[in-house]
Design a protein around this ligand. Structure first.
Ligand SMILES: [Zn+2]
Ligand SMILES: [Zn+2]
Length: 232
């Protein structure tokens, strides 16, 4: 009934198919389009989760050359189609309620037992502009469902970084190096961490966050992202 009432007040058009959207929890995306969102089930690196072209290699070249500081990274889907639209609506149009159904899909991945769920932080100025950290919204829902502590304000982004798009892999690592730190007095020693990001593209950010968490004494780090971006 509430749904019908809200639709009367705020009729919305699905940005994907242009049909009216009648499901408040996922609006403006309609239920038909939402149902097309699928988890990625193709070949992927067993360590960092990067989608691979073939099943032949279990571990990608990046992970072989340069072992990640995290134990394992997984992604729900690909940053494409309706999932991409939903993430952009959450992130750039501020439609926060989408974080509920989106984190619900991430829960389908299945997570190991952890002590702390930590979102990839935004730089303070960006956080003020956007008013919320989309990864923190996802992390809050996930923490509640798996019964682990949500830890925000411990891992900090202390430097703004230019967009990673268009940079080569080595430049990306240089770009992000030293951009994160741990707040004084945060006790992470021995704690198993689930690090949450919305979109992972090269993995440079989650690698750097994991490196900093490890340096602070954290135990095993698992990484989960909603979507893996396409390589440019
Ligand atoms: Zn639609
Ligand atoms: Zn890999």
């Amino acid at each position: 009934m509430l749904n019908g009432f809200l639709n009367l007040l705020f009729p919305q058009t699905c940005p994907v198919c242009r049909n009216p959207s009648s499901e408040h929890s996922i609006a403006p995306i309609c239920a038909e389009c939402w149902r097309t969102i699928r988890p990625y089930r193709g070949p992927a690196c067993s360590r960092c989760g990067t989608p691979l072209v073939s099943d032949a290699a279990a571990t990608c070249g990046d992970c072989l050359k340069n072992e990640p500081p995290f134990k394992r990274a997984v992604n729900f889907g690909l940053y494409d189609g309706v999932l991409r639209s939903a993430i952009n609506l959450l992130k750039y149009r501020g439609i926060r309620r989408l974080s509920g159904p989106l984190s619900g899909m991430m829960l389908g991945i299945g997570f190991p037992d952890v002590d702390a769920v930590i979102p990839v932080p935004l730089y303070e100025k960006r956080l003020r502009q956007r008013e919320f950290n989309q990864s923190a919204l996802l992390a809050a829902n996930i923490a509640r469902h798996i019964g682990a502590a949500l830890v925000t304000g411990c891992l900090l982004k202390i430097r703004d970084t230019p967009p990673q798009v268009g940079l080569r892999s080595r430049e990306r690592i240089k770009n992000i190096r030293g951009a994160f730190d741990i707040r004084d007095g945060c006790r992470l020693r021995g704690r198993k961490v689930l690090l949450i990001d919305d979109v992972v593209t090269t993995g440079a950010t989650v690698r750097e966050c994991s490196r900093v968490l490890k340096k602070a004494g954290a135990g095993d780090i698992h990484v989960a992202a909603l979507a893996h971006g396409m390589r440019d």
